[in-house]
Design a protein around this ligand. Sequence first.
Ligand SMILES: NC(=O)c1ccc[n+]([C@@H]2O[C@H](COP(=O)([O-])OP(=O)(O)OC[C@H]3O[C@@H](n4cnc5c(N)ncnc54)[C@H](O)[C@@H]3O)[C@@H](O)[C@H]2O)c1
Length: 352
Amino acid sequence: MDSCRKYKVCIVGLSGIGARPPLADGDRGMGALMPHTHIHAYHHLPETSVVGVCDLNEDLIAETNDHWSDIFPDLQGFTDYKRMIETCRPDLLSVVTSDHRHADIVVDAATNGVRGIFCEKPIATTLADADRMIEAVEEHKTVMSINHTRRWMPVYREVKALLEAGAIGDLKRITVNFGGPRAILFRNGTHMIDMICYLADAAPAWVFAELDEGYEDYWPYQGDGGRNPDLEPGCSGYVHFENGVRAYYNGSKGLTPRPGFELTGTSGWMFIHEKYAEIDQGNGIRTIIPEGLTHFDGAATIREIISVMENGGETISPPRTARHTLEIILGFLASQKHGNTRIDFPLDENTV
Ligand SMILES: NC(=O)c1ccc[n+]([C@@H]2O[C@H](COP(=O)([O-])OP(=O)(O)OC[C@H]3O[C@@H](n4cnc5c(N)ncnc54)[C@H](O)[C@@H]3O)[C@@H](O)[C@H]2O)c1
């Protein structure tokens, strides 16, 4: 292994954002603007080397090997992630399996010496799974980030800094609107709800919600990890946070709203578009254009995990925070089940 590539990496789950699709020849890099997948992100970090990849589908292993073995000459393929961890002893592990298949892998990795885990969102599909993941990483002091990508995007970071500096007074209301075919809770919805939590800066206290038309009797969660959006509902939901911030969530398949986050404070407002934001502090609208990448930047996430591994601290997207997003999603579903009523937290998924 190249001596500067001192962190050994393994990836479980090679479909989609794990290692596919291979980009055009010669473009294993920034693509449009960003490392496109987990493996692309590691390629951009000279301190990391991917030594093991794992999937149940052997074709994906062969394809990944064909495409990346010149960059990562020590790459080995596995169909059993436990054997991969035992054989490769990675420092870092990417978990890019389906939503309901993150938990066992994270628990086994933390228990078997992996120091840093970059796990796809949502953290899990049940609170019981999320809790055993949190317990394992905390017990073994494993650093873990959940890939709620917006937390690493400059525009959201800049807005957060402005909020903390009191640029619009005390934050009181957050509204997010988004649409399109993937505006379902366990797919794009996880990103938007996570961003609401990041901006609100408090734990959720209670929720109520109404699912999209046609999903009135949707209970319990029946999706396949967001793979087929037809199986899962969009939702209009309300979240009351412990610090009094109120959030309105509108993720509706089939509609095309003006997308973005509107933040209302005691002395002004901000509107976050995906690549820039606007602010009005009472003296006219000003545009905020952030510097740096504005897309998925897994490299930033991984760099942060390594920094916390070496220097201590906490990542910007730790598992306890990601659990809030899952609790809100399950709370929305529970509200629908109970006639769109208020659901108080903590949510007990065994009794809702
Ligand atoms: N951050 C983002 O913007 C973003 C974008 C797309 C997907 N995702 C997330 O990435 C994850 C994967 O999404 P997907 O649509 O590719 O899922 P998928 O279900 O299509 O694919 C998952 C892959 O993992 C493999 N797999 C499942 N269990 C395994 C196991 N125990 N061992 C080895 N391999 C296993 C499957 O064979 C499959 O190839 C999901 O959690 C999803 O929500 C995140």
